[in-house]
Write a protein that binds this ligand. Structure first.
Ligand code: FES
Length: 84
């Protein structure tokens, strides 16, 4: 068992199973098993999942469209919003 998305605890086997069920884009996988939606927002898994998709679909990795990427949020102290 190889964990691919640590934030959402998803394995390579699960991802391959979903691809075989017909989920053939990064957005499909994102919506069905939440990969790339964890705390790191896909920093840790996007490239790996793209390579798995490319391998399973028999296409070059460049042909895999990346999902919308948003930087992770981090807490900001309330004092940062106060006027000085
Ligand atoms: S490792 Fe997949 S969202 Fe963080």
């Amino acid at each position: 068992m190889k964990i691919v998305c640590r934030c959402e605890d998803r394995t390579e086997e699960e991802i391959i199973q979903k691809i075989k069920q017909g989920y053939k884009t990064m957005d499909d996988l994102k919506r069905i098993i939440r990969v790339t939606m964890g705390r790191c927002q896909g920093r840790g898994c996007r490239r790996i999942i793209a390579r798995i998709l490319a391998r399973e679909l028999g296409v070059p990795v460049e042909a895999i469209k990346q999902p919308t990427f948003r930087p992770p949020t981090k807490p900001v102290p309330i004092s940062a919003a106060e006027e000085k």
